[in-house]
Design a protein around this ligand. Structure first.
Ligand code: HEC
Ligand code: HEC
Length: 375
């Protein structure tokens, strides 16, 4: 088990770390689960599309190899952990506090509140097909290479060891966890490793391939179901003039490098948001090229949530690109000036209409990924 395990642990630890022990434990609910687990292991993957793109295929193969195998009970346990506020020391937040299903697991604020109300320095990310991602986090600091993800995470684990012991003890007090650990692992022993593996299974089980765009791909009917505006937007998106798809590429419309986070850029780019970036990201204001799947649901946008709407994002590409030494060459003219795309209002509407076809309502309502603590 590699990346997702370690980085889930990282998040757990981060989550646990920022807070003072609380003396009062409020009454918390227990999860309602089906007797027969839902089919997490039967993953909904568009193999035809994936197989036709070697980079997507390599990412999938590597992730399947490096992550724990998804089982129905393992992912069920992961789902409970994902939604359980007991994972925070003061029972204040769960993963889902910042990753909301109805919003493709994003948060509708620029900066999310942690435990004691302190804000995350960056915008909470949506969770989009982790099994097909090459790099994770806004600065691509987590990926699929053990060597590079290990070190920072280990540091956090060292810092958090005490807290993690407390967590396993705390979870062991709940009967539903005893039952779930037996179902997932054959034993009621609760360990940090098992917690991470279960969370990773749940994340890996998350697939979102039922958007209007996906349905059109499956139908192989030349996008007959698209409106003229959506079609025009698709043309623009994939055009040489705009080059959106040269960065937002592959099945996830995201950074797709097999080179991954262990290269200098790690699937990141500087798109001219600032003349002088305050957050350096990967270095020089370069940030992960994010997935555009479910993008209509995941406002606000960019690593710092600076844009409230897709209109603002498109206006940035149209007229707002700022010169800086790290600006991506795709946004430079031949004579070296920043290249703003000068989109007409019809072009912006078309692009927006196309981006809206990437929304998967099935994903945001699928019971498999829903909160089990709600009655
Ligand atoms: C307080 C808010 C908060 C909580 C709680 C939280 N996250 Fe996050 N999550 C974030 C932020 C912010 C980022 C982006 C961080 C960055 O890039 O520096 C992120 C990034 C991620 C990503 C990366 C997505 C991608 O495509 O790169 C995943 C997956 C994730 N979180 C899963 C989890 C899980 C699992 C938990 C619970 C164990 C959790 N998060 C708890 C705020 C939160
Ligand atoms: C050079 C690579 C590159 C090109 C070309 C590019 N983008 Fe991006 N895009 C990025 C990066 C990197 C980010 C994140 C920047 C940040 O947060 O600092 C981003 C962010 C976005 C976001 C916000 C995503 C989010 O989750 O907040 C949208 C929407 C978007 N781009 C759409 C487009 C469209 C439409 C085009 C074509 C007009 C385009 N991009 C061209 C690299 C690129």
């Amino acid at each position: 088990m590699k990346t997702l395990l370690r980085f889930s642990t990282l998040i757990l630890v981060l989550t646990l770390f920022n807070c003072k022990p609380s003396t009062t434990v409020p009454e918390l609910g227990t999860p309602t689960l089906p007797d027969v687990p839902m089919a997490y292991s039967a993953m909904d993957l568009p193999y035809a599309a994936i197989n036709s793109n070697s980079t997507d295929k390599q990412n999938l193969e590597r992730n399947l190899r490096d992550n724990p195998r998804v089982t129905d009970w393992g992912a069920t346990l992961g789902r409970v952990l994902f939604y359980d506020t007991r994972l925070s020391l003061n029972n204040a937040v769960s993963c889902a506090s910042c990753h909301k299903q109805s919003l493709a697991f994003a948060d509708p604020v620029a900066h999310s509140s942690g435990f004691e109300g302190r804000l995350t320095p960056r915008n909470s990310m949506s969770i989009i097909n982790p099994l097909l991602m090459d790099n994770l986090f806004w600065d691509s600091r987590a990926g699929n290479t053990i060597d590079l993800t290990l070190q920072p995470v280990q540091n956090h684990i060292e810092m958090g060891m005490e807290d993690l012991d407390q967590l396993t003890e705390k979870l062991a007090k709940e009967k539903y966890y005893k039952d779930l650990f037996i179902k997932a692992y054959g034993s009621s022993d609760i360990t940090e490793e098992k917690i991470s593996r279960a969370l990773a299974q749940f994340l890996c089980s998350m697939t979102t391939f039922r958007s209007k765009y996906d349905n059109a791909l499956r139908a192989r009917d030349d996008f007959d179901s698209f409106t003229p505006l959506e079609k025009a937007g698709k043309e623009l998106f994939f055009s040489d003039r705009l080059k959106c798809a040269s960065c937002h590429s592959g099945i996830n419309f995201a950074a797709q490098t097999v080179t991954g986070p262990y290269t200098s850029t790690g699937g990141t780019a500087n798109i001219g948001l600032d003349q002088v970036p305050t957050d350096q990201g990967r270095g020089g204001g370069k940030f992960r090229i994010p997935s555009l799947r479910n993008i209509a649901l995941t406002a606000p946008y960019m690593h710092d949530g600076r844009f409230a709407t897709l209109d603002e994002v498109l206006e940035h590409y149209s007229s707002g690109i700022k010169d800086n030494p790290f600006l991506d060459p795709k946004f430079r003219t031949k004579d070296g000036r920043p290249k703003r795309l000068n989109l007409s209002s019809v072009e912006k509407e078309a692009l927006k209409a196309f981006l809206n076809t990437l929304t998967d309502k099935h994903f945001t309502t699928d019971k498999k990924y829903s909160n089990p603590f709600k009655s």
